[in-house]
Design a protein around this ligand. Structure first.
Ligand code: ADP
Length: 714
């Protein structure tokens, strides 16, 4: 390639005495180099006259011949060039003009409307970047300017597309309502990017694509085609969008012909409607999410300068991913709402009341049953657990049970913090007085789920309590039946007790007499059998009564002034009546102040302790009953010389149904593990205490102490 002659060399050639042929050759070489440049080049003199232009700039300006470019620059540019926003070009906007005036490099961007010609499609719009550099002579004065003209249409389009993409991403990421977002997107797409845009969503039940949003640059132009699709939706594989739905990637027609329209339209009318959209290039991208196909995005361009190409397809794929994710999110949310609705219907048709609390102990769900049980008019969703418990407690026969509920819930929570099993289940019985009288069983259980560790998503997944479920079961029918049975058993037990006591007493008396008069052996043995069986029956009836009797509570006590020594004597007499092997000795002061107790319950408690002393001293012996006034009340201690209790069992023998099993001597004694439990509940209801002492050595026996305050209060 011939080197471009330097300006100084040209001047030297021009100024010297070389021939015209050399000059012409150099000029032709220069022109050839100019024309080979990919960018457009204009040279203007100080008057603003274009004196030179290369082939590229002639094409960029939509001209055919070089002489069309030569002349005053304003006259050449003005008819075909505008500012970017379409406003007419002023002299001051011309980069070349500014370079001439300021003597510095100047840049400007302009829009060129290129008139239709045979080769090009109708008319196109181009964006040109003009860079004008002043040309100085050796003295430094500006003698002209060189304007380099570059077609930046594609670059600007890409930048525009990237901005559109960013906007679309934001639109879908912040989407609240899918329908509105899709319509917004389509509107922006036809305003900024394409001429026609449609989004069809896949209905996987009917297996068709249903139009969700469609738009055209010319308002209303998309409606007839969209309406036709709504009437008869596309199946997968059908039409242009349907073909994309069947494919795994984009379906493209960069040059849409009537023949292609005919191929994709399902009938002649549809072909006409598609034709009316006026699109020349078309791209359809399937919307695919994790769950599979969710729809199709179709975009068409009616302008040749905006012809869709491979790069647009890439961009549309990115947008499609956003749309698909958004559709999937919405569908999941819909599915969840649907499932929740079904769950609520199921909960409402349950026989039990249900309350679900979240981790923060706020009510997230209640069913109609529980709201009816406690007469709740408003749905307590969002209430704190405490507020709900206090409100429900108003309906209880004993509103104090609210404390019990909250205490139990706190204990359960504390336990569940560390221990899954301990915190899992808690039962409580409630008596509801209003709006409808009923007995409820309240069962609370923890819900466990994987911990959501927001701070550290990589943290090892562990289970934690994510909420609480409380069930309220109406157990009125069970409790009613139990009450009837209890009353019957208690009535029958009491009826049996009296004759049994009489039988035992007469048998003891008879036996004593028979032994005194040395009566016939068969009579003595007969009386012994009567006494043994009567005793066994008494124990059985006692156990039956105890088992049916609910725990004695403070409010059950019938308190009255009473003579402590007389009460102890009565109990000892009753105990004496059932034994011939033991000697019962009372060690008490001559007189004592009166106490304020429930006489029946305290006597029964004393009888239970004395009966144990007799039962667990199978070889007989002395049983000492010591009564002492005490600063806190009266201390009654019963000492036997029997088989004893091992020290580690001394606490447990007061538990309901607890029996020690440690050897044949004890196993021969019948019992139910209820006697000492009743003793403890009676003593506690009076505000007193009970405890036992024993070394566990056989023959050393046991001492049981009852400490009762002088004055019990309800
Ligand atoms: P039970 O019906 O079994 O006697 P209690 O509640 O009265 O039930 O007593 C619980 C357990 O405590 C008994 O099974 C017995 O083993 C033990 N026990 C109670 N009193 C005595 C005692 N005086 N001597 C030895 N063991 C006793």
């Amino acid at each position: 390639m011939t080197a471009l002659p330097h300006t100084s060399e040209l001047r030297r050639i021009d100024g010297g005495q070389h021939g015209a042929a050399v000059l012409r050759r150099r000029a032709a070489e220069l022109e050839a180099v100019f024309d080979a440049l990919p960018d457009g080049l204009l040279i203007v003199d100080t008057e603003g006259q274009v004196v030179e232009a290369n082939r590229a700039v002639i094409g960029l300006l939509g001209l055919r011949r070089k002489d069309e470019v030569l002349g005053p620059i304003t006259q050449i540019l003005r008819p075909r060039v505008t500012c970017l926003d379409g406003s007419p070009l002023a002299l001051a906007d011309l980069a070349g003009y500014r370079a001439l005036r300021s003597g510095r490099v100047n840049r400007a961007e302009v829009r060129v409307e290129v008139a239709p010609n045979k080769r090009d499609r109708p008319s196109t719009t181009r964006v040109l970047e003009l860079t004008a550099s002043p040309v100085h002579d050796p003295d430094g004065s500006v003698v002209g300017a060189v304007i380099v003209t570059r077609d930046v249409t594609l670059e600007r389009q890409r930048a525009h597309e990237a901005a559109f993409l960013a906007e679309a991403a934001e639109l879908f990421d912040s989407s609240r309502d899918l329908g509105t977002t899709l319509t917004d997107f389509v509107e922006r797409c036809v305003a900024d990017f394409a001429d026609w845009c449609s989004i069809d969503l896949y209905d996987d039940v009917a297996k068709v694509l249903r139009p969700a949003a469609a738009g055209h640059r010319e308002a209303g132009a998309a409606a007839p085609f969209a309406a036709a699709l709504r009437r008869r939706p596309l199946r997968v594989g059908e039409g242009f969008s349907g073909a994309a739905a069947a494919a795994s990637s984009a379906h493209t027609l960069f040059d849409l012909t009537d023949a292609a329209i005919g191929r994709y339209a399902r009938n002649a009318r549809e072909a006409t409607l598609i034709g009316r959209l006026g699109v020349q290039s078309l791209v359809a991208v399937p919307l695919r999410a994790e769950s599979g196909l969710v729809g199709v995005l179709t975009v068409g361009s009616a302008r040749p300068e905006r012809r869709l190409d491979r790069q647009t397809v890439g961009l549309l794929h990115t947008v499609a991913r956003r749309i698909a994710a958004s559709v999937e999110r919405e569908r999941r949310a819909e599915g969840l709402a649907h499932a929740l609705g079904r769950l609520e219907t199921a909960f409402d048709s349950m026989a039990d009341g249900v309350v679900i609390l979240d981790k923060a102990r706020r009510v997230v769900l209640t069913n109609a049953v529980v709201r009816r049980m406690f007469g709740l008019n408003a749905d307590p969703v969002g209430w704190s657990e405490e507020r709900l418990v206090r409100r429900t407690a108003r309906c209880l026969e004993d509103p104090e049970q609210a404390k019990e509920m909250l205490r139990a819930d706190q204990a359960r929570r504390a336990a569940s913090d560390g221990d899954r099993v301990a915190g899992d289940l808690h039962r409580l019985e409630l008596r509801v007085a209003r709006p409808r009288r009923c007995d409820l069983e309240r069962v609370t259980t923890a819900m466990w789920g994987p911990a959501d560790d927001e701070d550290d998503p990589d943290a090892e997944r562990r289970d934690e309590v994510v909420g609480w479920v409380t069930l309220y079961r109406d157990v009125s029918h069970i409790r009613d039946a139990q009450r009837v049975k209890n009353e019957f058993v208690l009535g029958a037990g009491r009826e049996l007790r009296q004759p049994l006591t009489a039988i035992s007493a007469y048998a003891v008396q008879g036996l004593r007499k028979a032994r005194q008069v040395q009566a016939d052996r068969s009579i003595v043995r007969g009386l012994e059998v009567v006494l043994r069986n009567a005793r066994q029956l008494t124990v059985l009836v006692g156990d039956l009564l105890e088992a049916e009797r609910p725990d004695v509570a403070r409010q059950d006590l019938v308190l009255a002034q009473l003579d402590v020594l007389a009460l102890v004597a009565q109990a000892v007499d009753e105990a004496r009546a059932v034994t011939t092997l033991h000697r019962l000795r009372v060690d008490a002061p001559v007189s004592m102040p009166a106490a304020h107790w429930d006489s029946d319950h305290v006597r029964q408690a004393l009888i239970n302790v004395l009966t144990n002393a007799i039962k667990y001293s199978p070889d007989g012996g002395q049983i000492g009953v010591r009564v002492r006034p005490h600063s806190d009340g009266v201390l009654v201690s019963v000492r036997d010389r029997g088989i004893g209790v091992s020290p580690d069992q001394l606490e447990r023998i007061f538990e309901r149904f607890y029996r020690v099993v440690d050897g044949p001597a004890r196993q021969r004694v019948r019992g139910s593990g209820l006697g000492l439990h009743l003793v403890r509940t009676v003593v506690r209801a009076h505000g007193g205490a009970v405890w036992a002492e024993s070394t566990g050595e056989p023959g050393q026996g046991t001492v049981v102490h009852l400490l009762l305050p002088w004055h019990a209060e309800v």
